[in-house]
Ligand binder design. Structure first.
Ligand code: PGA
Length: 254
């Protein structure tokens, strides 16, 4: 069995006020009490981070941001720094989510700059990669995944790569109800891991956690998460409800 501890991450996107976020944690925390098989993190909107950090105090539930800027500080109106996230109590940060790439102009290069700044501030980066539907249908999946992995992770060393997490999120599966089959997801994970191995060596690649994301739900979580190549999940829609997210976290191991 793999030594990689699964990470189940909620990505709330632009949902929930601080009060709604607190109510979620009050309902969710008892449902996963004592569940230490998987690492759990809630990546919530910036404004809810303090409320969620307070509400999860004394539990093993972590908190994360959904984005950050790569500069340390400065005149960058509307941006949030890695130091701010860390000081607020975040352990994780999602980088390069496909919605950031699609709507906010993020590229592999900006994701890479953010990655290095996140690591400097002791945040665990969850770096998203994944092909568009047209790329999959055009037979470009392999090329896209290898390129995104190479460019997004450029400049890492065996030492700095230690905490890095990758999330494979086929863009056609996000919010669409279409899930990659466990086999198809596992195939993509093997490709991504092989690229990490070329860059940083087999040992680092074997230790790196690769999550699957894209329409993960309580009824498909177990099949996906029991694939040895899949080291956890990045969950959007189904993470907004405490019962549904708790069911995913406590998926049956086979
Ligand atoms: P979804 O989103 O679970 O709603 O498909 C996943 C994600 O965007 O991270």
């Amino acid at each position: 069995m793999s030594q990689r501890k699964p990470l189940i991450a909620a990505n709330w996107k632009m949902y929930k006020t601080a009060n709604e976020a607190t109510a979620f944690v009050q309902a969710f925390a008892p449902l996963v009490k004592g569940h230490t098989r998987d690492e759990i993190t809630l990546c919530v909107p910036f404004l809810s981070i303090p409320a969620v950090v307070a509400a999860t105090h004394g539990t093993h539930i972590h908190v994360g941001g959904q984005n950050m800027y790569w500069q340390e500080e400065g005149a960058f109106t509307g941006e949030t720094s890695a130091a701010m996230l860390h000081a607020a109590g975040c352990a994780h940060v999602i980088l390069g989510h496909s919605e950031r790439r699609q709507f906010f102009g993020e590229t592999d290069e900006t994701v890479n700059q953010k990655l290095h700044t996140a690591l400097k501030h002791k945040l665990v980066p969850i770096v998203c990669v994944g092909e568009l539907l047209a790329e999959r249908e055009g037979g470009k999946t392999e090329e896209v995944l290898l390129r995104q992995t190479e460019r997004s992770l450029a400049g890492l060393t065996v030492e700095t790569a230690r905490t890095v997490v990758i999330a494979y999120e086929p863009v056609w599966a996000i919010g669409t109800g279409k899930t990659a089959t466990p086999e198809l997801a596992a195939e993509a994970h093997v490709l991504i891991r092989s690229q990490v191995a070329r860059m940083l060596g087999r040992e680092t690649a074997e230790a790196m956690r690769i999550l699957y994301g894209g329409s993960v739900k309580p009824d498909n979580a177990s099949a996906l998460l029991n694939q040895p190549e899949i080291d956890g999940a990045l969950v959007g829609g189904a993470s907004l409800d405490p019962n549904s997210f708790a069911k995913i976290v406590t998926y049956a191991q086979s």
